[in-house]
Design a protein around this ligand. Structure first.
Ligand code: SF4
Ligand code: SF4
Length: 251
């Protein structure tokens, strides 16, 4: 994202909208009528995740904010950060697949299988892809397979090893979702891997789990979280009435 310095009046309205704190006011060599230097807003392109929030939400009174054409590898910032960018792989906006939101599209998380999404950079911090890679390479040692239609997987040079393409490692995104499935009894190993790698990264991550509930309504993953001492925020995202028949098969 860029700001046209000729149009910007330095009103500072856009600054608070940037989740990456990439916008700041800078003095220019031009003088205002009162003799003080004119200030304009500038975007730090290294910190900007191309989320589009400033353009859509800050309502710049001078229409000084504009989207410059993005070229690869910077395009991945927009795919990972702008909710309106459609990812080619999943054909949906957003960073994960619909399955991780509902388990109703293919019903692929059957009993004993747990869908996992690691949302790197969320909440608040954003993430460099080199930190996403530290997590993906550590987790890949569990023998998992990253979800093919998740856009993050297509950014890997070696999905088996969780290795990303070198040219992407310095790119900054609002968040990147690593998506895969594990067996229920692999959760302790997953948790201990994440506890180790969290000390090596310069951002935060959230761990999402999607699974079928037991017949009595209890959550089969809960005891694993409790044993690992992890805080849980149970959350249901179910489209009642829209579930596919294969999800009701009891498998
Ligand atoms: S809202 Fe527009 S005019 Fe105001 S500082 Fe931002 S870019 Fe400049
Ligand atoms: S596109 Fe997003 S990250 Fe970039 S300057 Fe605007 S609000 Fe900040």
């Amino acid at each position: 994202m860029l700001i046209d310095a000729e149009k910007c009046t330095g009103c500072s309205q856009c600054i608070a909208y940037c989740p990456m704190e990439a916008i700041s006011l800078r003095e220019t060599s031009k003088l205002k009528k009162n003799g003080k230097p004119k200030k304009v807003a500038v975007i730090d392109l290294d910190e900007c995740a191309e989320c589009g929030v400033c353009l859509r939400s800050a309502h710049c009174p001078s229409q000084a904010i504009y989207q410059q054409p993005l070229t690869y590898p910077r395009t991945i910032r927009s795919i990972m950060s702008d909710v309106l960018t459609i990812a080619e792989e999943s054909q949906i906006s957003g960073r994960g697949t619909e399955e991780m939101k509902t388990n109703e599209v293919t019903g692929r998380f059957k009993r004993g299988i747990v869908g996992v999404a690691i949302e790197v950079g969320r909440p608040v911090t954003g993430a460099r892809m080199k930190d996403v890679e530290k997590i993906s390479m550590a987790v890949s040692k569990l023998g998992i397979e990253y979800e093919k239609i998740n856009p993050v997987t297509s950014m890997m040079a070696d999905p088996k090893a969780g290795k990303f393409k070198d040219e992407l490692l310095d790119e900054k995104v609002l968040s990147a979702i690593l998506e895969f499935a594990v067996k229920l009894d692999q959760l302790p190993e997953l948790f201990s891997t994440l506890k180790k790698v969290e000390k090596e990264i310069d951002c935060v991550f959230s761990l999402d789990i999607a699974c079928r509930l037991n017949q009595d309504g209890s959550n089969p993953t809960r005891e694993y979280f409790d044993k690992a001492g992890l805080w849980v925020a149970p959350n249901g995202k179910t489209n009642l009435g829209l579930g596919r028949p294969l999800c009701a098969s009891g498998e």
